[in-house]
Design a protein around this ligand. Structure first.
Ligand code: SF4
Length: 238
């Protein structure tokens, strides 16, 4: 557990620095396991960092239940941002509810409406934002740094868990009795919208269940690239 203690101390220090030097800062929680580690660290330390989540309208009920678990455990309400109803309606009427299966472009468009645009609203006026991304999660995150510039949003982005392994995350969750999405116990190491997430088999890549019908290099929702577009992922990673 020494490694976990060291990682936890470093992450606490990063979060405290963000709060002290980059206010106002926010943490974008997707309610995943990693995000629960950061939620626990932020709320237990009482840091002045806002926590928000994006309810795309297509999440599993088990994911939405995490919002209630956070309220029950920490007496804290995570702020929830939702897509523009008119944009969702226009997409669904013109292309279909599940048109994202038909092409990468239609998938990016759905992600833009349901995630990227609401994210922009959540980040407006902030100096820094925080994510629960880890380097080991996928090919597109291999070069992830704890601190990086995010010119698309005009602020600094922090990934305090960049160095953490999946085992480190589980060790923290279990040692500290942190609530988490029960889907993680049902073969879902990575959880997004219900129609775009499937359980994985033992030995599969941990993000193999996300947008599984696309190439690994395309598997990002557009929230973490320089111009909000998936097409830039490869060049950024390179
Ligand atoms: S993950 Fe799927 S349902 Fe969710 S916003 Fe992206 S394309 Fe749409």
């Amino acid at each position: 557990m020494t490694q976990l203690a060291d990682l936890t101390a470093a992450t606490r220090a990063t979060l405290a620095r963000v709060a002290a030097e980059f206010s106002p800062a926010v943490f974008a929680s997707s309610l995943a396991l990693e995000d629960m580690v950061l939620t626990d660290l932020i709320l237990r330390a009482g840091l002045p960092i806002g926590i928000f989540s994006l309810d795309t309208g297509r999440l599993h009920p088990e994911t939405l239940a995490v919002l209630d678990a956070v309220k029950a455990t920490y007496d804290h309400e995570i702020a929830v941002y939702r897509p523009d109803p008119a944009a969702v309606e226009a997409y669904v009427s013109a292309k279909g509810l599940n048109a994202f299966y038909d092409s990468v472009e239609l998938r990016r468009e759905c992600c833009h409406i349901r995630k990227v645009e609401p994210l922009g609203r959540a980040l407006a006026g902030k100096r820094a934002w925080i994510t629960g991304q880890r380097r080991a999660q996928s090919a597109t995150r291999a070069d992830l740094a704890v601190q990086e510039d995010d010119p698309a949003h005009g602020m600094v982005k922090f990934n305090p868990l960049a160095d953490w392994s999946e085992e480190d995350v589980w060790n923290y969750i279990r040692s500290n009795n942190v609530p988490y999405n029960v889907l993680h116990d049902q073969g879902y190491p990575s959880i997004g919208c219900a129609p775009c997430t499937r359980a994985i088999q033992p030995g599969e890549d941990i993000r193999a269940g996300r947008w599984w019908w696309e190439n690994p290099e395309s598997k990002e929702c557009g929230l973490h690239v320089v111009d909000g577009k998936l097409v830039r992922i490869k060049s950024v990673a390179a």
